[in-house]
Ligand binder design. Structure first.
Ligand SMILES: Cc1ncc(COP(=O)(O)O)c(C=O)c1O
Length: 394
């Protein structure tokens, strides 16, 4: 029987299916790692954000178990009522020290960190200058703030300058950029943006979700990478990618962190990070502070893979990071490519419109410190086989 109230939804879903845009959600039957069991099949993993292998690291798992023995599982409250545990404060102090920031505050995810921060800094009558390729959570945070949103051309400080010059009659101003752009793996021109922000007295915020644990000395992030300590007002990070757990962090000036504890709505109105998550994140900071080995291995793996792909004749776009796009053109080819990779035992996602522009569909390869050289060689062999079969390389 047709449910008239939801008929439109069924039609939308059918339309997505017709256009080949319906997302089939694959299921993992194993922990994260270089190899996964996906939909019952053992495959080599190039899809996760588990850059350093921390998602299944024994030290993090052990820390989570021990914390549950002493602190239980859930916070059972928002941070401002009864949800702030000593563990939350310890994590925040450790993250601030690790990143060389004045202070830090955690959120339930990187997404909620953006939703908390942007509306706390600007509102109606204010203006945000936002890179046109910024992540969805930045876009949603900007919309929630009710400030005017002015998009500047991707990674283009000159265009930003022009947009600022053409925009007057606003109260507070905020520049926002992703640190690492997750579809292309390129890095924001943060030093130039910081110069503009400094010269014009505009707040500067960077979302370093894919740079946290990846860029900078031992994974200290994009601000450390460019040695811009003290010159970026707010740095958003996620604990859900390289850190291997789940959570978000805002690091920066003490005043801003103090303000977010008063006005960051997900801090006030959504329960705190859970006990095992917080404890595992503290252990992640321990691991990163003790050695740069995992971060170094991540970068050398990524360089090895990229070189191998370029030698085979693949176009890997503008990537400057361990995210390697394999540019293919139209979405159906990318879909077919990903499907064939999976059949050959390699899991790497196809990305097409609307996530990237028409004609820029790709396979997005996520490198990881967990891969051995044998894994990487096997991946290159599979890419070569499928690439030749589908006429992408000679
Ligand atoms: C730039 C950026 N910001 C925020 C997020 C969201 O982070 P989380 O998964 O912790 O909510 C992502 C994740 O895709 C991201 O790429």
């Amino acid at each position: 029987m047709t449910d008239t109230k939801t008929a439109w939804i069924a039609e939308e879903i059918a339309s997505l299916q017709d256009q080949g845009l319906f997302t089939h959600i694959r299921t993992l039957g194993s922990p994260q790692g270089a190899w996964l069991v996906v939909d019952g099949k053992r495959v080599l993993n190039f899809s996760s954000n588990n850059y350093l292998g921390l998602a299944n690291h024994p030290r993090l798992v052990e820390a989570a178990k021990q914390a549950m023995d002493t602190h239980g599982v859930g916070p059972a409250a928002v941070r401002t009522i009864a949800g702030t545990m000593d563990l939350h404060l310890e994590l925040e102090q450790r993250l601030a020290a690790f990143k060389g920031a004045e202070a830090a505050v955690t959120f339930q995810s990187g997404f909620t960190a953006n939703l908390a921060t942007i509306p706390a800094l600007v509102g109606k009558g204010d203006v945000i200058f936002s890179d046109e390729l910024n992540h969805a959570s930045i876009i949603d945070g900007c919309r929630l703030s009710r400030a005017e949103i002015v998009r500047f051309r991707h990674a283009d400080p000159d265009d930003l300058r022009q947009q600022i010059a053409a925009t007057s009659d606003y109260g507070r101003r905020l520049i926002i950029t992703d640190g690492v752009f997750s579809m292309d793996g390129d890095i924001a021109p943060l030093p130039a943006l910081a110069d503009i922000a400094e010269a014009l007295g505009i707040l500067l915020m960077v979302d370093d979700a894919h740079g946290e644990g990846v860029l900078g000395n031992g994974g200290r992030g994009i601000v450390d990478h460019f040695d811009l300590h003290g010159k970026v007002d707010v740095e958003i990070g996620t604990l859900s990618k390289a850190f291997g757990v789940v959570g978000g962090v805002v690091a920066g000036k003490q005043t801003i962190v103090d303000w977010l504890r008063q006005r960051g709505r997900p801090f006030l109105f959504s329960s705190a990070m859970t006990v095992p998550d917080v404890a595992a994140c503290i252990a992640a900071v321990d691991v990163l502070e003790e050695s740069t080995e995992l971060v170094d291995r991540l970068w050398s793996n990524a360089a090895y893979f990229k070189r191998g792909m370029n030698d085979l004749g693949f176009d890997t776009g503008e990537s400057q990071t361990p995210i390697v796009p394999v540019m293919l053109g139209e979405a159906p080819l990318a879909q077919r490519f990903s499907k064939r990779l999976f059949e050959e035992g390699l899991f790497a996602m196809a990305i097409g419109f609307p996530t990237v522009p028409h004609g820029k569909a790709r396979i997005r390869v996520m490198n990881s410190a967990t891969h051995t050289h044998e894994d990487l060689d096997q991946a290159l062999e599979i890419f070569a086989k499928v690439g030749r079969e589908l006429g992408v390389i000679a």
